[in-house]
Design a protein around this ligand. Structure first.
Ligand code: LLP
Length: 423
């Protein structure tokens, strides 16, 4: 459920009509609903009720400072994967003991930043990384809680570019080697081995891979405890999928996911962390675009929008589906006709969808891409020198620009001309 509904024939974000925002900021733009973000966070929090837990929002999905501030105010923790994300978390008001640091390639500088600023735990992904963190931590006179990310070798049944839990990819250590890797971690100064981390992929629409992975984590907990490790925290990653297509079967709910967690690892007495990103932010955001042209091709019609692949890369990168709806509700029973919906960027990859049945649309009309709140704005670029588009946050009847559209001057002036080319 989200808070983007037609009211009186006009699409609203909570109590704000979308055309009102378009009039003020121009198109294209992203708009997020505070109520949906809040609701989704709470669904996870409630799903883990009865267990000691922390929901650590994976900010890679949407790292706007206002979204982060909202999450921090709800009591969430946060999962970061870079020094930049760590700085964002601190700036948004997350205390260090609610920040978890994940990622395969942490630099010594990033480690030092988090050690000095405060950190709940590092999720380590390799032996060289364990050694480096040990050196950095001891150099600063600190001991830091760590988990090791294990790769359980399960098929997440998701898009190949976002599956992370099978043995062929770069993430974590093979679960079969966990005993020796944990022994080594425990021998290193500066590291306090407190738990196990796992994340098997993103946009999982089936609970079975979670069940398999978490069952392996439970087994590993017993094995490592028998080896003398005080395993007391399990970070179970993110990955629960969202309904991108309203017409399809709905993926499992957070409450059902919570039941899998309780069933598999619930009786170990461990504190549970999860790192959801997409499910919190995805359906809390729209990308709103204007129709620039309706063009008739030889065998098909094109809807040319003012938004492009640089604004929302998911269709081009993962062949992802986003529902596209007109901002003005079409009359019931109106004839739909197929369009290729494209942006103005100079390559064929700038195609959001092909032959999508849509109601009649004209130049100047507004359309909205649903489910664009996660991995939308954060993955945008300025390809074709198209400035990053604004982000708007709605709260009931209020809306605020939470990232303004940069001016062309600001964009151009980030580049500098070397001396030898001056004059
Ligand atoms: N934790 C870790 C260690 C992760 O790598 C990820 C996502 C998450 C948590 C959050 O997963 P979520 O709950 O959002 O599924 N750009 C792609 C998605 C990449 C996901 C990367 N890792 C997309 O647009 O589909």
């Amino acid at each position: 459920m989200d808070h983007f509904l037609y009211r009186g024939g006009v699409l609203h974000a909570e109590d704000v009509p979308i055309p009102e925002i378009a009039d003020e900021v121009g198109t294209p733009f992203y708009v997020y609903s505070s109520a949906t973000l809040t609701r989704h966070y709470r669904l996870f929090d409630e799903a883990l009720d009865g267990m000691e837990h922390l929901v650590c929002y994976a900010m890679k999905a949407n790292s706007n400072q206002a979204v982060l501030r909202l999450m921090a105010s709800l009591g969430a923790g946060v999962d970061v994967v870079s020094g930049g994300e760590y700085r964002r978390a601190i700036a948004a008001g997350f205390p260090g003991d609610r920040i978890v640091f994940s990622g395969v390639g942490k630099t010594a500088g990033e480690m030092a930043l988090a050690l000095q600023g405060g950190i709940r735990q590092f999720n380590l992904e390799s032996e060289p990384e364990m050694h480096r963190l040990s050196e950095v931590a001891t150099g600063l006179g600190k001991t830091v809680p760590v988990t090791v990310r294990v790769n359980p070798d399960v098929d997440a049944r998701t898009h190949e570019k976002i599956a992370t839990g099978n043995s062929e990819n770069k993430f974590g250590i093979p679960i079969s080697r966990a005993k020796e890797v944990y022994a080594e971690a425990a021998s290193l100064p500066g590291l306090d081995v407190i738990g196990i981390d796992v994340h098997i992929g993103s946009q999982l629409t089936d609970l079975q891979p979670f069940e398999l992975a978490y069952t392996k984590v439970a087994e590993l907990t017993h094995i490592l405890r028998a080896e003398g490790h005080d395993i007391r925290r399990l970070d179970l990653g993110g990955g629960l999928g969202i309904p991108y297509e309203r017409s399809n079967d709905a993926p499992p709910l957070p409450i059902e996911y919570g039941e899998v967690i309780k069933r598999t690892v619930g009786d170990l007495g461990c504190e549970i962390e999860i790192e959801p990103g997409r499910l919190i932010a995805g359906n809390a955001g729209l990308l709103v675009a204007g129709v620039e042209y309706v063009k008739s091709g030889e065998d098909r019609d094109f809807l040319i929008l003012d938004a492009a692949m640089n604004d929302l890369i998911r269709p081009a990168m993962y062949s992802a589906h986003h529902d596209i709806v007109p901002v003005l509700e079409p009359p019931a029973g109106v004839d739909l006709r197929p369009f290729d919906v494209v942006g103005p960027v100079c390559e064929s990859g700038d195609t959001f969808t092909r032959q999508r049945p849509l109601p009649p649309l004209n130049e100047g009309d507004l359309v909205a891409f649903r489910s664009a709140g996660a991995y939308g704005a954060v993955m945008a670029s300025e390809y074709n020198s198209r400035p990053l588009i604004p982000e708007i946050l709605v709260h009931e009847h209020q809306f605020a620009v939470i990232r303004a559209r940069p001016t062309f001057d600001a964009m151009i002036n980030r580049d500098t001309i070397p001396e030898w080319l001056e004059g």
